[in-house]
Design a protein around this ligand. Sequence first.
Ligand SMILES: Nc1ncnc2c1ncn2[C@@H]1O[C@H](COP(=O)(O)OP(=O)(O)OP(=O)(O)O)[C@@H](O)[C@H]1O
Ligand SMILES: [Mg+2]
Length: 306
Amino acid sequence: MSDSQATHETESTGIETSTSSTTTAGETDERIDDSWLEYEFEGEPKLSVQNLDVYYGDEHALKDVSMDIPEQSVTALIGPSGCGKSTFLRSLNRMNDRIKSARVEGTVELDGRDIYQDGTNLVELRKRVGMVFQSPNPFPKSIKDNVSYGPRKHGDINTGLLASLLGKDESDKEAELVERSLTQAALWDEVSDRLDDNALGLSGGQQQRLCIARALATDPEVLLMDEPASALDPIATSKIEDLIEELAEEYTVVVVTHNMQQAARISDQTAVFLTGGELVEYDDTEKIFESPESQRVEDYITGKFG
Ligand SMILES: Nc1ncnc2c1ncn2[C@@H]1O[C@H](COP(=O)(O)OP(=O)(O)OP(=O)(O)O)[C@@H](O)[C@H]1O
Ligand SMILES: [Mg+2]
């Protein structure tokens, strides 16, 4: 009998298999218990994902994922390579729309409104749900122009966000926006005297904080971060970690990381995806790291596979 037949037969018996053995590759006959995915918190979810499936052509990359994300907190997404973390993150601001072969089913609600419904303004959506990528990707422009790029492009240098700064002429408004965003991204002190220098002259860690400042400049509500510190040295990493914790006082932060200690340190709740594109367990970070329900999650976080 092949392994896949064995798995299938065990599943069809319906027997509880949470004590099942796990191979080093994380293959298992463990069945996901619905209660492992029930994460209760106070208040309305900022993002509510229901029955999300994502396909790339014939490949089923995310399978029936449902989870609610509370506002003003840090949600960590962890799991082995290829399990669908980036795919999930991109589905939260419809970045998957840019991938030709990608098809998304299910709903993602931002403040109770489905972002996949017809007529969603994608520019507006991505302003509200900003994104920071794994490798810093500043534009080959000045530090200042990197930060003001979004608001300028969307015309908000005179309206919206900057309405609170009435009575200033445009360059004053821009200067305030740049200072505010760089301060929030914990970069201001390091660059305030060279705002006109090319951003590509900054260190990797500084470039990443600049990209965070750029995302903050459009006044988002949610910040999606895909392994934002994986290319950085330990000092730059710890700056990004401190920053993420601070940002969560104001923003809803969803962060993908391969670094377990980082997830444990900075997040309030943790979602564990495992191979095959399934969300296996989602709960308070402490609970996930100290007493996970799933044997596979325990094996993954203790480094037995992944
Ligand atoms: N643009 C794409 N086109 C086709 N398939 C893709 C694309 N992006 C991702 N996939 C596939 O979808 C699955 C999930 O990929 P995803 O990048 O979401 O995983 P991940 O958990 O972020 O992995 P990693 O930790 O390596 O970044 C993988 O099998 C991958 O090959
Ligand atoms: Mg990824």
